[in-house]
Design a protein around this ligand. Sequence first.
Ligand SMILES: [Zn+2]
Length: 431
Amino acid sequence: MVSAVGVHARSWCAYHKRRFPRIDIELDYEILGKMPRYTTGDTVRGAIKISGSSAVSFDKLDIKLEGVSMVLAARDGLLILRGASQKFLQLHHPFEPSADSTHVMPDHPYNIRFEFAIPPCLLPDVCVQEKKNPSVERSHTLLPPSLHNELGKRSSEACCITYHICVDILRRRQDGLLESLGRAKKRITITPDSNENPPMLLEPNIPHPQYRICQEKTVKAGAARRDIGRLVVAASQPTPICLGTPARGSLGSKTTVYLRFDPLGDNPPPALHCVSTKLRVATYYSVSHFDEYPDMLPESKRKASNIGLNRKTVALQELCISSVQWTRHTTGLDDNLPDTSTVHSSPESPASLRQETYYSAAVVVPLTLPDRTPFIPTFHSCLISRVYAVQIDASYRARDRSVRKSTVSLRIPIQLINRQISSRDDGDAPL
Ligand SMILES: [Zn+2]
């Protein structure tokens, strides 16, 4: 359930110091200064240590593993911020009170061990809002990865997903209600396993707000910039990149870039130069529940719905393709054409461009993430989504004396999935 962010008017630190002893949460295999990391199926094990300078008795010890999403977003482009949070996960460690276990004596710390298994998914009732399709519904019942607030330093907006081990020591008052004697929590990082989803259904000739799988461009040459033909570039949707760890690196992927040149007259195809790739990282966040995938919304609808978007770009590789040769085809004479089904001349191509001769080329482009930049997997949750696309810039120039280069740009969706992060592996906060 999504709820408005509350304001904690009470200072638990001051309360803690005044009323009750120290609470320490220690995790097994913890390395000082490093936030422990876990994935699906791991067990979070550790101990709660309660110590103090005076005797204290309590009635209940509440030990939980909690997962919370939090969003602060501007409304209608103004400085007015709205907030929302969702406690999507709450696992309780059982605690049976007894006469011996509910007293803490001076100089005799009280210890209790705990363990939580990281579940493969959330409870179905975590998300009861209506969705546009079953796929969105299923996405919202999967465990989202920890996400640090990447907006904090340069924006009043914020979005984050956090997991904590939380401890609350409670005592029953004379009126029967429970009061807290002290609280503590410790943050952990969870990057759950994720599975590959089917490729997105994108039409080459229908503009999309985020992605472009095909682009056409008129190729010009000479000082007069005369048209010499039309270049069409398209790329296949790559298989997912499987994330590893900062130490082990990730398993890369690849895409094939298809090029087709329809000459005007006898003009030769342009000289190919290079293909550069970048990873476009997009985080969508909203104080209202997503009822569809936010990256599929038109820009105008996204803004009207007050859905925030934070974008980053990470450079990947640059590949020289000057040695790639064009293949010449003659329609009707060549019955064994290579598969260029993803690249066609525009239906609106003028009759003058419908030549019997055209050229094609294909380039396999490797996609490898930087070694030292950790990433989180693609995910869609109730308030926050993270998606990725590969930007492919292919440069070329006409075969004249001009050195002017032109570029066609594609933005192909790509999934980052997690299957290999091992528990207790430390690293920097993922991007
Ligand atoms: Zn939801």
